[in-house]
Design a protein around this ligand. Structure first.
Ligand SMILES: [Zn+2]
Length: 257
């Protein structure tokens, strides 16, 4: 099959926060209830999906990624509920996730400043280590303070991307494989620095073609929020991300430094 005929790829889902009850969530509705998430994991099991991480994908090899029903669950920002709600469910169903940490602060300073959001605590190192040791969670970079990267000077970019990576790798005792662009804001300059930092993959939100090998530093993801079952089934279709690209194209961001 020639490259341009490929219209399906591994589904890559994007989550943020997990709550027991809707009332615990913030006003920016970036959360899913435990009950709904548990149903989603059961559906993925039932449909025969195997959850993998980016390190797994590297081992499997990009060329072999469609030989089984793989799916990647990604979780942005590293909220405390990832330990209290997500992690027990991953253990229960023996499923994996990739969590992108904001490592220079210990709460959601960026959404408090932009949207007067409620205060949410982020994961601490002890929780991160325990999740890492389980083998079910892989951690990736998501900067020190969650800025919109195209607005930064080169010096600030190096700090937010490279310094963050070095510090996290020292804490975790292993190399980070993937990076998530805060807000999905990506420009060629930002991408270049992420590449130079030594990441193997980088995930975006509303950019990328939905086909991983087209650009492994602009891997499109599907946001899973409070949607219903039908919506979820639609969004885990291997054709969904490419369909979104065909329909909406790429969101453009410009460097403002
Ligand atoms: Zn984020």
């Amino acid at each position: 099959m020639s490259k341009k005929n490929i219209t399906a790829d591994i589904p890559i889902l994007m989550y943020h926060q997990f709550v027991e009850n809707i009332s615990e969530g913030g006003k920016i509705k970036l959360f899913i209830t435990k009950k709904k998430f548990q149903w989603q994991l059961r559906i993925l099991k039932f449909l025969g999906y195997e959850t993998i991480t980016f390190k797994d994908l590297e081992k499997i090899g990009l060329e072999n990624r469609n030989k089984k029903k793989y799916i990647i669950l990604t979780v942005d920002d590293g909220y405390k509920d990832n330990y209290s709600i997500l992690f027990p469910l991953l253990k229960k169903y023996n499923m994996k996730a990739v969590i992108y940490l904001v490592s220079g602060i210990d709460y959601n300073k960026w959404t408090i400043e932009s949207d007067q959001e409620k205060r949410f605590q982020l994961l601490d190192l002890k929780e991160i280590k325990e999740m890492q040791e389980s083998g079910l969670v892989e951690f990736g970079g998501h900067t020190l303070t969650h800025p919109s990267l195209p607005t930064l000077s080169d010096e600030a970019l190096y700090k937010e991307i490279m310094e963050d990576k070095t510090i996290l790798e020292k804490k975790l005792g292993e190399n980070l494989t993937s990076f998530a662009y805060p807000y999905g804001h990506i420009t060629p300059r930002v991408k270049e620095i992420v590449k130079n930092a030594g990441y193997k993959f980088a995930v975006s939100t509303d950019t990328g073609t939905g086909i991983i090998e087209d650009d492994i530093f602009d891997i499109r993801r599907t946001a899973i929020d409070t949607g219903d079952l039908i919506n979820f089934l639609k969004r885990i279709s291997p054709k969904y991300l490419h369909y979104k690209y065909k329909k909406y194209g790429n969101k453009k961001f410009e460097d403002k430094k």
